[in-house]
Ligand binder design. Sequence first.
Ligand code: AMP
Length: 413
Amino acid sequence: MSFKDLQLNRPLLRAIAETGYDEPTLVQEKTIPLVLNKKDVIVSAQTGTGKTAAFALPILQLLYDKQDASKKGKKIRALIVSPTRELAIQIGENFKNYSTYTNLRSTVVYGGASIEPQVDALKKGVDILIATPGRLLDLHKQDIANLDYVETLVLDEADLMLDMGFIDDVKKIERLCTKEKQILLFSATIPYKVEQLANTILKAPKRVEVAPNSSTSKNINQLLYYVPKANKIELCLHLLRNTIKGSILIFRRTKYGVEKLEQTLLKNGYKVDSIHGDKSQNLRQEALINFKSNKVNILIATDVAARGIDINNLDAVINFDLPNVPETYVHRIGRTARAGNTGASYSFCSADEKSYVKTIQQLIQIQIDVIDEHPYPLDPKAKPMIHKSKKTGSKHRKGRKSEASKKKKKRWY
Ligand code: AMP
């Protein structure tokens, strides 16, 4: 199927061609006709499937006919709600790209940044607003964001939005828009609470499922290192010195782990940056720009901070900590070896993570190659470490969480 077959208009086809897309992805093929038919849709698809264009393109097409309303008279007619600022910015970039040959205007609003430029942009009038929930509600309260004319509401990464505690905000936003609007709900997974939300706000939704990808590309050389937990940093340094080159994304489970590894790599002279939930918006954005522009070649991230973010074309992914959800492994390593390139993944498994290897291998139906020849092998008989509390003295010890982390309870990633 081609984009032409999807009945998209010329200005959009031209922008698509210039972006370099040859044909629609599966999720686009299935979703675009439904959106154009003004259906409510629940789409379960992960980042990397092309899901942003699956809603952005038909929304632009639907708005195109009314685009010549005088600029001052522009009303927000499409609203995209996104859980994180990075994702919102990325969606905004997509809209800007695809709308090059239209007069449709879009803007992005998110917290953690000065509100004035966002107010100015909204006052000038936009057709499409991409927003994080908190800032959107703020702007609505101040009578800056009028949602009375929203014809299409998109909830992106709905599962993450609910995990982050935005359920009430999302429901409120939905109520602030017109009753007649079309709702598109995108979610990587559809757990019960997403289903419940969909049942309360969507009308006779159509469903699109892009099967969670359980296969890994043949072009990824997947390697597994059994290593004691205490030696993971040494193993990482050893591999960076001798084996792994190019642009590298390293996943760690916790923010604390990300920080610790970043400090070690910096001390060892590596060009490295990181993203996690305790960093300010500016620092996170800066880290992404540094990485994408090759100013640094190593980025360390938590899964949630990296979620939805377009960081592809990597030479290698290091699973410093193994994920306990096997699909996350597929998702992580799928960021390398895109578009026919080759790539490699290096997974570090300590004694307490052995069961994760089992479930990952069951999912991908591949035995991952084990590399025994390295300086920090794990004793095969090693038992998982049992963490005994070393607490002494006052039980009101500070603990290892940063002050910023304690303040931002809602953001747990
Ligand atoms: P997304 O799942 O929306 O985050 O998109 C993942 C990546 O796929 C982005 O870099 C898009 O630019 C790219 N992409 C989206 N649609 C297509 C397409 N039809 N052909 C090739 N690449 C695409």
